[in-house]
Design a protein around this ligand. Structure first.
Ligand code: UD1
Ligand code: CA
Length: 476
């Protein structure tokens, strides 16, 4: 939408968080609190977003960059009115309407921002304000109404008398303003109040004094007005965002066996007909295809999973890719840059790091595959280890298509095994193996007949076996 800009107030410290991090930079469902506010503004169609920053501004800049926003600096926090004045100075000349949002209220919805803009336009008011009726309005500014339903004033909790405190309708801190009104009104605010701050909310009286008015829009969902001031409120807001996220995914065709006990961060996508079991955490920039099954206890961070992938219980993975129909777990571990091929199997207690596993290959039990390129249809036996680190540098292991690696093999990198080669179990491979060859490196097996019967008969007795009589050849 052209001609509309947003100002997000985010300069405060948030003392009640008891934190070195500014309040708006705390994470809620994997993203900074203020990120959710900016996303709502952008999704409402607002292109220009001005962030008013102050305390701990460096910690908020990544969010500003993520939205290509502008920054206004409020050096000292003299109140929301002062913050809005700082922000307005950065708004481009073309903007005729300004939406002001609180950086600490992440539950605001795009549709509500649009409705707030529409409410002001429809009535020709100086401003519209989003309000909510809360069972417990403590801490919020109260909406005092005129007989005609418009706002008479907004009274901060600290300035309110007992009857005013009983009002349950509160100010969300989200407004749509006529820009010209905002420009006239902000310089006229005073800081004569309980907190010695310039209150943005005092613009209500300013509008009335000009013969104009402020119209309230009551949110249908009182959660939307919630601001975060403490860690408890942060957890409550995160819980609400999580519910919304999981409900949206269910609406789009994803099954959650136990939606109350599943954690899915904001930007995760999941395709239709996928099934997510309880106690799963899907975080960061994770992309999940269709028909994927993720069993209990899995933790998936910044991964891409193709269609039909099956993660068996307690598989943990980060910054990796799993191609379609691959099966992992239980208890698999993918560290960054693992790339598991189509239909491959990675089984229990197998760790893969920075390695490409080809289509249809298998490493089913107890293995470490690091810095490797594994071809198609390779079988990596139980207990195989790529010895990729010499104490100084990491080295590459290459296994060609169709290689069979016997159990308990040490692949001392750098090393290349040609296609179709076979490695005998228990080998330590230190030299390249040509294609189609057998490589084996282990001591030959020796048999000493009846050695136990002769030398350790007590072991046989302990096991309940009778001790065979051994004909000794010669002396001993
Ligand atoms: C404000 C409103 C209150 C409303 C509530 C909703 C005022 C005077 N009060 O109160 O009516 O019910 O929000 O949550 O507006 N900020 C700055 N610079 C400042 C002061 C604040 O950028 O100088 C930012 C904060 O970082 C925060 C937002 O503005 O993101 C709200 O500030 P906060 O101090 O939390 O206001 P409340 O007391 O909650
Ligand atoms: Ca607040």
């Amino acid at each position: 939408m052209k001609g509309i800009s947003a100002i997000i107030l985010a300069a405060g410290q948030g003392k009640r968080m008891k934190s070195a991090l500014p309040k708006v930079a705390h994470l809620s469902l994997g993203k900074p609190v203020v990120w959710h506010v900016a996303r709502a503004a952008r999704a409402a169609g607002i292109r220009e977003i001005v962030f008013v920053l102050g305390y701990g501004r460096d910690k908020v800049l990544p969010t500003v960059e993520a939205f290509g926003g502008k920054v206004a600096i409020q050096e000292s926090q003299f109140g929301t009115g002062d913050a809005a004045r700082c922000g307005l100075a950065e708004v481009s000349a073309g903007a005729k309407e300004i939406v002001v949002l609180c950086g600490d209220a992440p539950l605001i919805r795009p549709a509500t921002i649009r409705a707030l803009l529409a409410a002001r336009r429809r009535t020709g008011a100086a401003a519209s304000v989003l309000t909510g009726a809360l069972d417990d309005p403590a801490g919020y500014g109260r909406i005092v109404r005129n007989p005609d339903g418009t706002v008479a004033k907004i009274v901060e909790e600290k300035d309110a008398n007992a009857p005013t405190r009983k009002i349950r309708e509160v100010n969300s801190g989200t407004y749509a303003f006529d820009r010209a009104f905002l420009e006239r009104g902000l310089p006229r605010l005073s800081d004569v109040n309980a907190q010695r701050e310039y209150y943005l909310t005092d613009l209500v009286q300013e509008a009335l004094a000009q013969g104009n008015r402020v119209v309230p829009l009551i949110s249908g969902d009182p959660d939307e007005v919630r601001g975060i001031n403490s860690r408890r409120e942060l957890a409550e807001a995160t819980y609400i965002l999580l519910r919304r996220k999981i409900e949206a995914l269910m609406d789009s065709g994803v099954t959650f066996i136990d939606p109350e006990r599943t954690y899915v961060e904001t930007e995760v996508t999941i395709g239709q007909d996928s099934v997510i079991e309880p106690a799963v955490m899907l975080t960061g920039n994770t992309r999940i295809g269709r028909g994927v099954r993720i069993q209990t206890g899995c933790i998936v961070e910044d991964c891409t999973l193709g269609d039909g992938v099956h993660l068996k219980p307690y598989s943990v993975m980060a910054a990796s890719r799993v191609r379609k129909n691959a099966i992992l777990g239980p208890f698999s571990h993918l560290r960054p840059l693992a790339d598991i091929g189509e239909g491959a199997h990675i089984g229990n207690f197998v760790e893969v790091k920075k390695s490409r596993i080809g289509k249809g290959s298998k490493a089913n039990h107890l293995a470490y595959i690091g810095d490797a390129v594994v071809g198609r249809k390779v079988n990596v036996g139980a207990g195989t280890i790529t010895c990729n680190y010499d104490g100084i540098a990491k080295h590459l292991t290459v296994l060609g298509d169709g290689v069979f690696v016997g159990s308990d093999t040490m692949l001392v990198a750098p090393v290349t095994v040609g296609k179709g080669a076979l490695i005998g179990a228990g080998s330590t491979i230190t030299q390249n193996v040509p294609a189609y060859a057998l490589a084996i490196s282990r001591a030959e097996q020796k048999i000493s007949e009846y050695w136990v019967a002769r030398r350790k008969p007590e072991l046989l007795k302990k096991a309940g076996l009778s001790v065979p009589t051994v004909k000794t050849k010669g002396g001993k």
